[in-house]
Design a protein around this ligand. Structure first.
Ligand code: SF4
Length: 477
């Protein structure tokens, strides 16, 4: 199995969905590169391309509007990148495309584009994966150039005919890890920590300085996201009229505390987190903040998906504000958590379209539980035990977003995933892994078997569960 870097598990991007927003965005960017290379359309703005059409299949069609798939495609075609684009300009850019019926291809050259005509939603799935999309470029000489891609979860993309992992053939890493057992065995054999095992593998891609700087940058992006979410009120977009709650929760926790800017806020948070109830509320507030930003097309870190983007920041912030934290600890938390995410991606799935919400919130909770256990001083076996406990209590969780929007139940589910992770870590730190009846590898296998048994209604189609119990009619864009 090709190795996966933790930087493929934690990716800076834009909400609301890794599989339905980030994946299609990346797939469209790949298609544009392919157009340049293979369709005789070389040059800025793809001069040989007359028009573009996009077909979205299966789950990308069924929940694509609510998850912003069409928006991601249009932004990518306009030359925007999810890491660098100004999220405040997303709305006006999309409005301009709709109003003018043209699109600035690659940000350079205007072509005719009508979203309702040129992005076609097909409810049936392609055989390989429920999240399929085919992009077509009509060239000036009338030829058509088409490619099919699959968004296979967590922002990973595979082209038709490519290996289903979605990661390019990787370098040779120090340790082959295909199970939790491998992970811990490598650490015990070489008498190093779990974080050091992951770091040694990461060195196949980056220097130590790059690993540290990259992970701290991701942490700062998570922190900024929580700060923004805790200071933005109002109603979420999409028509469900969901009221944002993180800002009022932040205000009620801080009372009349005066502060200015993120640093002073962080200090105030620590001061107002002195008892169990306050800390529990803060953890929920952090998770709500991230996922309210995510639902608003804000900048978030995919961890390992966007729908579940709040769990790991909330648990990291719990560690940062309410435990004896260090930057080294933040980095090690992310290394260990990232490897756990990789185990689920390789042994099961991190795609809700394949495995329901257990693949999103369940995996993020397991990742956070292992990372926290590690930085709280737990052994390698205890970190695995924490990941197992966290996932065990998400098994079978369905994906049933009301109106196809990543809002209800998604946002609150992140608070639950974070609290379960903290509970699992604290149980594991005081627990005896030898007495555990279920291993992490058992629970990964079970999750995959459950995913395969689960009805398609519960796999990001908005055709079951709360999505049908609470029928809604959303306004047309
Ligand atoms: S219900 Fe869970 S898996 Fe489905 S969109 Fe929401 S967070 Fe993602």
């Amino acid at each position: 199995m090709d190795p996966i870097s933790v930087f493929d598990i934690f990716k800076i991007g834009v909400g609301p969905s890794s599989s339905h927003t980030m994946g299609p965005w990346r797939a469209t960017q790949r298609f544009m590169k392919a157009c340049e290379a293979r369709a005789g359309s070389i040059g800025a703005g793809l001069p040989g391309v007359r028009s573009i059409r996009v077909d979205l299949f299966g789950s990308l069609s069924k929940t694509g509007k609510g998850h912003g798939t069409d928006i991601a495609v249009m932004l990518a075609l306009s030359g925007e990148d999810p890491v660098t684009c100004d999220t405040a300009l997303i709305d006006p850019r999309i409005r301009a495309i709709r109003d003018r019926r043209t699109l600035p291809l690659a940000g350079v050259r205007s072509i005719p584009f009508e979203p309702d005509r040129d992005i076609v939603f097909h409810p049936t799935s392609l055989p390989f994966h429920p999240n399929g999309m085919t992009l077509h470029a009509i060239l000036d000489d009338g030829r058509e150039f088409s490619e099919t891609y699959y968004s296979i979860g967590g922002g990973f993309v595979a082209q038709e005919g490519e290996a289903p992992t979605g990661n390019a053939a990787g370098p040779t890493v120090a340790y082959a890890i295909s199970s939790g057992r491998d992970f811990v065995d490598h650490a015990s054999r070489d008498r190093v920590s779990l974080a050091e095992v992951v770091r040694r593998n990461e060195r196949a891609w980056r220097t130590d300085a790059e690993i540290d700087a990259g992970l701290l940058r991701i942490w700062h992006t998570m922190r900024e996201c929580m700060y923004r979410g805790c200071h933005t009120g109002g109603v979420l977009p999409g028509g469900l009229n969901v009221v944002r709650r993180a800002a009022s929760m932040n205000q009620s926790l801080l009372g009349d505390e005066m502060y200015e800017g993120e640093q002073e806020w962080l200090y105030a948070v620590r001061m107002r987190g002195k008892n169990f109830r306050q800390i529990l509320k803060w953890v929920s507030c952090f998770a709500l903040a991230v996922n309210e930003e995510n639902a608003s097309f804000g900048r978030v870190v995919t961890a390992p998906t966007n729908g579940a983007a709040g769990v790991i920041p909330a648990v990291l912030m719990y560690y940062d504000r309410f435990c004896d934290s260090t930057d080294r600890g933040i980095i090690e938390f992310m290394l260990v958590a990232g490897q756990i995410g990789t185990l689920f991606k390789q042994g099961a799935t991190i795609s809700a379209a394949m495995g329901g919400c257990q693949a999103e919130i369940g995996v993020s909770s397991a990742m956070a539980a292992a990372g926290l256990t590690h930085v709280l001083g737990g052994s390698g076996d205890q970190a695995l035990m924490a990941a197992e406990i966290a996932m065990e209590h998400h098994l079978g969780m369905t994906c049933d977003p009301i109106g196809g929007l990543v809002q209800v139940p998604c946002i609150e589910r992140n608070t639950m995933g974070a609290v379960k992770a903290i509970t699992a870590a604290n149980m594991a730190v005081d627990g005896d892994p030898k007495s555990a009846r279920v291993s992490l590898d058992d629970v990964i296998r079970t999750m995959w078997a459950t995913a395969q048994d689960m009805s398609a209604k519960y796999k990001e189609t908005a055709e079951g569960g709360l999505a049908v119990a609470i029928p809604v009619t959303l306004p047309e864009c």
